[in-house]
Design a protein around this ligand. Structure first.
Ligand code: ATP
Ligand code: MG
Length: 283
């Protein structure tokens, strides 16, 4: 049995549950139970606030977890970052009132900076010989300069629209973050084996993202042209059709290229083109 800590509610919750489900693991959501056991896999899900996940994994209360790299850094928890998940992307940046002129990071010398990430900010200031006053606040950081609580902020940014609507401009990105799978550094062999099994499933699901499965019929004379258009995992599948002189080709194509490929295939006589979603790619 392995225990995973997931965010109970918030920005990482939905993608965390989706990935577990796509990996074939179902359990109750946080509205019903804060600790829930799956029937499909020897795993228990512990729902926590994201701030508490690094500590819970470091202490072995949970064996593994999904959490933002930003929270791991801020908490300085002793956990291993096993696998970056590619979602929950954001950056932690310094921002100042938009009317201020920005000269470079020396600007922050002698300034008061409001943040919910004091550790990351202090480390950045020390590394860059900036002497600033760090004002720690838990939320509503963006409003701090307007109400005279600080001269600048250090906060999470994704689109930047919250900054703009609070009269601020982003001037320096200190770190980029995304969600990651973390693990306690001292897992037993049994738990490590379960984690490896989970990672194999997560990677198979991730590999299929942005990929489509394409099937088409083609006159036999044009098979080579079609094969040169279509990439594949090994080589495309080629099957004879009942109708003489025709074959069917199956291949996996990146979603970004799919229309381009369809147009090229139609030009060489492809017919009955089907494009299907892929759920996982197991190599
Ligand atoms: P909790 O109640 O669990 O403590 P929270 O309010 O601290 O939740 P959320 O806003 O749900 O946190 O964000 C969780 C994580 O999602 C962040 O720590 C960060 O890693 C990631 N994230 C991605 N984009 C954003 C964004 N635009 N704003 C805030 N967090 C983001
Ligand atoms: Mg939090």
């Amino acid at each position: 049995m392995i225990r995973i800590a997931l965010q109970a509610k918030g920005r990482l919750n939905e993608d965390s549950l989706k990935l577990m489900k796509e990996a074939g693991i179902n359990f109750d959501d946080a509205k019903r139970k804060l600790l829930s056991k799956s029937n499909d896999f020897p795993i228990e899900v512990l729902y926590l606030r994201d701030d508490d996940i690094p500590q819970a994994v470091a202490a072995g209360v949970a064996d593994i977890g999904f959490v933002g790299i930003n929270e791991i850094e801020e908490k300085g928890a002793d956990v291993k970052v096993i696998h970056k998940l590619g979602w929950g992307k954001c950056r932690i940046s310094l921002a100042i009132p938009k009317t201020e002129e920005y000269s470079g990071i020396e600007y922050f010398n002698g300034k008061r900076i409001a943040t919910s990430y004091p550790k990351i900010l202090k480390k950045f200031c020390d590394e860059n010989n900036i002497v600033a006053e760090v004002e720690e606040i838990a939320g509503s950081v963006e409003i701090a300069p307007a109400v005279g609580m600080a001269d600048a902020i250090f906060d999470i940014v994704s689109s930047g629209s919250t900054l703009v609507s609070n009269g601020l401009k982003e001037v320096y990105t200190v770190m980029n973050s995304e969600a990651a799978v973390i693990a306690n550094p001292n897992l037993t062999d049994e738990k490590q084996a379960l984690l490896d099994q989970l990672l194999f499933r997560f990677e198979s699901v991730e590999r299929s993202k942005g990929q489509k499965y394409i099937l088409l019929n083609i006159p036999n004379d044009n098979i080579n042209d079609a094969l040169s258009i279509l990439p594949s995992m090994k080589s495309p599948t080629l099957l004879p059709l009942a109708q003489p002189g025709w074959s069917s080709i199956h291949a996996v194509v990146s979603q970004k290229l799919i229309w381009d490929k369809i147009e090229q295939l139609k030009k060489i006589g492809a017919e009955d083109i089907l494009v299907l979603s892929l759920e996982m790619m197991v190599l």
